[in-house]
Design a binder for this molecule. Structure first.
Ligand code: HEC
Length: 191
């Protein structure tokens, strides 16, 4: 159901703040959630995440949900701060990314990958940053594998990041053009 913004805002004003904070409850240890439970939490939180990132006005923050999703559901992965992650690939990136190739390729310039995230805090799912990688033209950022890294906070504000921080870890996957890919059990099969 989609309410006109004004009415929706009015309804929200009637709900005590504490009730909103309990919007997407998660029982137990997040790392032990069954796949269906993760999907349920995602269904609860996805609109809130998309709305927040879109506030930035940056086209990636507004458009990424219409891109190719690359996993069957969000999954909890360690390296991005114990967050549930789900990556989307733009039209330039999708075909090559979905091969999850381990060597022998370079992503085409203009490829963009956007990874939404959420975290469980005190038994409640809350949006995390949208992590973004953009492939520059050959030689655009040699020290970072020609990738430009960025991130938007759940509020839509740009997150201050260091290229070397993101690239420093992603370059561990040098043979696969700095791409780490979703966990194997949730990768969307391209076959
Ligand atoms: C400590 C290592 C590490 C650091 C630091 C790191 N990442 Fe990642 N990143 C990963 C891993 C591992 C994945 C795959 C996780 C998954 O989706 O399951 C990933 C995935 C991604 C993806 C999806 C594309 C892909 O690689 O498959 C984007 C976009 C991304 N990271 C952006 C960033 C940005 C922006 C930063 C800096 C703010 C950053 N990363 C810092 C490890 C890291």
């Amino acid at each position: 159901m989609k309410l006109p913004t004004k009415i929706a805002a009015g309804l929200l004003a009637l709900v005590p703040a504490g009730a909103i904070a309990q919007d997407c409850p998660v029982d137990g240890d997040p790392s032990e959630l069954a796949a269906e439970a993760v999907v349920k939490v995602y269904e609860c939180i996805e609109a809130k995440m998309a709305e927040g990132y879109a506030k930035n006005g940056d086209p990636t923050g507004s458009d990424f949900r219409s891109w190719q999703v690359t996993s069957t559901r969000p999954a909890l992965a360690g390296p991005h701060g114990e967050r549930f992650l789900q990556t989307f690939a733009n039209g330039i990136a999708a075909e090559q990314y979905l091969k999850f190739a381990e060597e022998g390729f370079v992503m085409p310039a203009g490829s963009v990958l956007a990874k939404e995230s959420f975290k469980v805090k005190k038994g409640n799912a809350v949006p995390g940053p949208l992590f973004i990688m953009t492939k520059l033209a050959d030689g655009g950022a040699p020290e970072a594998g020609d990738w430009f890294y960025a991130a938007l906070l759940p509020s839509g504000k740009e997150m201050k990041i260091k290229q070397s921080f993101c690239a420093g870890c992603h370059m561990n996957w040098e043979d696969q053009d700095s791409l780490a890919y979703p966990l194997e059990e949730v990768r969307l099969s391209n076959q």
